[in-house]
Design a binder for this molecule. Structure first.
Ligand SMILES: NC(=O)c1ccc[n+]([C@@H]2O[C@H](COP(=O)([O-])OP(=O)(O)OC[C@H]3O[C@@H](n4cnc5c(N)ncnc54)[C@H](O)[C@@H]3O)[C@@H](O)[C@H]2O)c1
Length: 314
C-alpha cells in the first residue's frame, strides 16, 4: 500500500476542527501540521503548529493543503501552496469575488496543480443517490429544482461571515453558494439567474441575511434557491422534480425519499454511516494520487462565485 498522503490544514476554527477530525479517520492520509493566526488554536490540535502558512509549507513540506480559513484568506494561502506545487482543497466560497477565484484557478492550471473546491454537499450520500437516479434517467427529464438552507444565527453580526470585506457578501455567497453548486451538479450549467436580497437583522451592515434566487439551466430546467440566517426551524431540503418522478433530499430527517411515476409509495434507500466531509476528503486523496479525476474542481468554485456575483448584480 502507498504511504499516507502528508496533509496540512490551514485554519483550525469551526470547519477546520471538523476536517481535522475526519482526516484522523482516513488511513490513506497523515496530518503533518497546521497553521492558524490564533496560536492557541493551532497548538490545541497537538500537531506541529505555525502561525504563518508559508512557514508551515516550507518547514513541514506537506503533499497537500486543506484551507479552512475565512474566504479572504483562501486566495493567498492557495497561491502560496500552488507556487510550491502543493495540491489544494479550499473551503467554499472559493474566494470573495470572481477575480480572486480566477487567479487561483489560473495559477493551478498553469502549474498543473490539483485545486478542489470543498463543496461537501456533493458528497452527501442522499445527493449522490439522487444524482444517480437522474443519470440513470429514472426521474425522467428534470423540470424543476428547489433548495432551502436556513437557520437562525443570533450572533451573526459579531462574526466574519457577515463582513463583506472578509466573506465577499452575505448569506448568498456564504450559504447559497452550496445551492448554486448543487443546481449545477444536478442540472448542468446555469444560463440565467435572478435574485432578491433582504436584510432583516438591524445589526447587519451592507450584507443580506435573507435571499431567494431563480435559476435557469441550459436545458431549460428551473430552480428556486432560498436561504436565511433569520429563520428558526427552517427546513433544509433539496427537491428534484422530473417528468418521471420526484426525489427529496431531506437534511432534517437525514434521508433521501423518491417516488417514480407508477410507484405505490415513496422509497427510502438505506444509507451508509460515512458523512459528507469524510467522503469529500477521501476523494481528494484519491484525486491527488491520480486514482480518479477531481469531482469538484477550482473551475466549479469559480463558476459558483460568478453566478452569485451575477445574482448580486455586480
Ligand atoms: N462546507 C461547509 O459546510 C462549511 C461549514 C462552515 C464553514 N465553511 C467555510 O469554511 C471556512 C472557515 O469557516 P469557519 O466557520 O471554520 O470559520 P472560523 O472563524 O470558525 O475559523 C476560521 C479559522 O481560521 C483562522 N484564520 C484566519 N485567518 C487565517 C490565516 N490567514 N491563516 C491561518 N488561519 C487563519 C481563524 O483564526 C480561525 O481559527 C469559510 O470559508 C466558511 O465559508 C464551510
Amino acid at each position: 500500500m502507498a504511504e499516507p498522503l502528508r496533509v496540512a490544514v490551514v485554519g483550525c476554527g469551526g470547519i477546520g476542527k471538523t476536517h481535522l477530525d475526519r482526516w484522523r479517520k482516513i488511513e490513506t492520509a497523515q496530518l503533518v501540521g497546521v497553521s492558524d493566526v490564533d496560536e492557541e488554536r493551532a497548538r490545541a490540535t497537538g500537531l506541529p503548529a505555525f502561525t504563518e502558512h508559508e512557514r508551515l509549507l516550507d518547514e513541514v513540506r506537506p503533499e497537500a493543503v486543506d484551507i479552512c480559513t475565512p474566504p479572504a484568506f483562501h486566495a493567498p494561502v492557495a497561491l502560496a501552496a500552488i507556487e510550491r506545487g502543493i495540491p489544494v482543497i479550499s473551503e467554499k466560497p472559493l474566494a470573495r469575488n470572481p477575480d480572486e477565484a480566477r487567479g487561483m484557478v489560473e495559477a493551478a492550471r498553469s502549474r498543473g496543480v490539483p485545486l478542489m473546491t470543498a463543496f461537501c454537499h456533493r458528497f452527501h450520500e442522499p445527493n449522490m443517490l439522487a444524482a444517480q437516479l437522474i443519470r440513470e434517467g429514472r426521474l425522467g427529464r428534470i423540470v424543476q429544482f428547489r433548495n432551502r438552507f436556513g437557520a437562525r444565527l443570533v450572533r451573526i453580526a459579531d462574526i466574519w461571515s457577515s463582513k463583506a470585506e472578509i466573506a465577499g457578501g452575505g448569506v448568498l455567497i456564504d450559504t447559497s453558494i452550496h445551492s448554486v453548486d448543487l443546481f449545477r451538479f444536478f442540472l448542468g450549467e446555469v444560463r440565467q439567474v435572478l435574485a432578491l436580497c433582504q436584510t432583516f437583522n438591524p445589526n447587519l451592515k451592507g450584507v443580506e441575511d435573507t435571499a431567494m434566487m431563480l435559476l435557469e439551466a441550459e436545458s431549460g430546467a428551473q430552480g428556486v434557491i432560498e436561504s436565511s440566517w433569520n429563520t428558526p426551524w427552517s427546513r433544509n431540503t433539496v427537491e428534484l422534480y422530473g417528468e418521471g418522478g420526484a426525489a427529496i433530499v431531506d437534511y432534517d430527517a437525514g434521508e433521501l425519499r423518491y417516488r417514480l411515476e407508477g410507484d405505490a409509495d415513496w422509497q427510502r434507500p438505506e444509507l451508509g454511516k460515512m458523512d459528507r466531509f469524510e467522503r469529500e476528503l477521501r476523494h481528494f486523496v484519491r484525486a491527488v494520487r491520480g486514482e480518479e479525476p477531481l469531482q469538484v474542481t477550482g473551475e466549479d468554485g469559480l463558476r459558483a462565485v460568478e453566478i452569485v456575483y451575477q445574482a448580486y448584480g455586480r
